[in-house]
Design a protein around this ligand. Structure first.
Ligand SMILES: Cc1cc2nc3c(=O)[nH]c(=O)nc-3n(C[C@H](O)[C@H](O)[C@H](O)COP(=O)(O)O)c2cc1C
Length: 229
């Protein structure tokens, strides 16, 4: 205290109390702010999760229109083990469509890890015969006006997968036109469609490798698919 500072205990009582009151006030304000931010974060996260689930349910209905199966699709989930071809590092849920006791299609959760702005989460519907029933982007952070053309409310691009399969087009065709393949890219935005085309192709490979297990109706909620590595 040789530099002219007065020790706290030597301050006049009123000033001492005022500093104490301010400190307590600031402390309470900080606690309140942290509490408010935490509550907002939890509420926002729950809201986003609810929206994603609603979006996913709508996408399921679009990929497999009602009447093409006779079970309750949103309730018909099976657990998939982590799989390199789906770019999943943890267990995920797939949906199984049944028709007269037979699996008529599966809808796989697939990640395209290499979008322009990171992961693009997709639902890929594959019919029993290996043709694509449809693909929808569920969540992504691609740029509005460029990469967001994978959304059906922005463009029809993602609808072009329906009917395609591992052999149609052939392996070289499973790329954007800029890379010598069959699929359109977006003007000035090739990264997003390239990532989606590659992810859908891997999903078809996964289906092919796990076909017997995925198409086994007895497997519903009883077993898990083979580990794909
Ligand atoms: C701000 C900004 C945002 C971009 N967003 C995307 C995107 O969402 N998807 C994408 O494929 N490319 C996006 N691009 C363009 C890519 O950087 C890259 O140039 C393009 O994908 C390559 O496509 P091209 O080979 O057709 O030019 C963005 C570029 C900038 C500067």
């Amino acid at each position: 205290m040789g530099d002219g500072q007065i020790p706290l205990k030597h301050l006049p009582p009123s000033l001492h109390q005022s500093i104490l009151r301010s400190s307590i006030g600031l402390g309470l304000f900080a606690i309140l702010t942290v509490g408010l931010i935490s509550v907002t974060w939890v509420m926002t996260r729950e809201k986003i999760q609810t929206q994603v689930r609603a979006y996913e349910a709508r996408a399921l209905m679009e990929i497999l229109p009602a009447g093409t199966y006779d079970n309750v699709l949103v309730d018909a989930k099976i657990q998939l083990q982590p799989a390199r071809l789906l770019s999943s590092s943890e267990q995920r849920e797939a949906y199984v469509a049944l028709d007269d006791g037979e699996v008529s299609a599966v809808i796989l959760p697939v990640t395209a890890p290499d979008g322009y702005s990171g992961r693009i989460e997709l639902l890929v519907g594959i019919n029993r015969n290996g043709t694509l029933a449809g693909v929808r982007a569920i969540t992504h952070k691609e740029t509005p006006g460029l990469g967001d053309k994978i959304n059906t409310n922005v463009s029809d691009w993602i609808l072009s997968f329906a009917g395609k399969s591992l052999g149609n087009p052939d392996a070289e065709g499973w790329a954007v036109q800029k890379d010598g393949g069959d699929f359109d890219q977006f003007t000035g935005a090739t990264i997003t469609p390239r990532a989606v085309v590659a992810a859908v192709y891997r999903a078809l490979q996964y289906f092919e490798e796990n076909r017997n297990i995925l198409l086994d109706p007895l497997r519903m909620n009883s077993e898990e698919s083979r580990y794909d590595g």
